[in-house]
Ligand binder design. Sequence first.
Ligand SMILES: C[S@@+](CC[C@H](N)C(=O)[O-])C[C@H]1O[C@@H](n2cnc3c(N)ncnc32)[C@H](O)[C@@H]1O
Length: 164
Amino acid sequence: MKTLHIEHIRCPLHRYTFSVKAIRNWTERVCEGKVFNLFAGKTLLALDEVRNDLDPDMPADHHCDALQLLRGWSGELFGTVLLDPPYAYRKSMELYKGNICSPFRQLKDAIPRILRPGGLVITFGYHSVVMGRNRGFTLERIALFSHGGAIHDTIASVERYSPP
Ligand SMILES: C[S@@+](CC[C@H](N)C(=O)[O-])C[C@H]1O[C@@H](n2cnc3c(N)ncnc32)[C@H](O)[C@@H]1O
């Protein structure tokens, strides 16, 4: 049986996740290799990253729908894919100018093609298993970012790809 590493970190909630120092530091520590940051937002990470955000006002290399970019990608393979989409339709409307996440199942299906064997997918959201065993992923690490009071946690899941 593999060991699952769990961390519990108290920090504020912000709509731009990586603007919270504790989350940014954790992410920079856990990522490996070249990073494909598909919902990059505002904060530049101290990582070797290719950044994408549909919002043209965000600092990014690409301003595409994440799924379209993934499907059309013919460049290098990545060591880590970062997924930090709007967590719900209502949040897209209220917080991110109505930019909604691509269909998430299709997004997940498109990821293995652009990831190195042994690479990581790190997902932020309300769920702990994202890519899953059927796609060849093993859950290695979970971080619960606790925002206190009645605010739900942000769950970060780290899954490693071992293609069959
Ligand atoms: C939860 S925020 C996270 C941003 C970033 N990770 C951060 O910490 O600042 C979600 C981001 O996804 C972008 N977004 C929404 N729909 C998208 C799509 N279909 N493709 C790419 N980016 C999208 C929004 O513009 C927003 O910046």
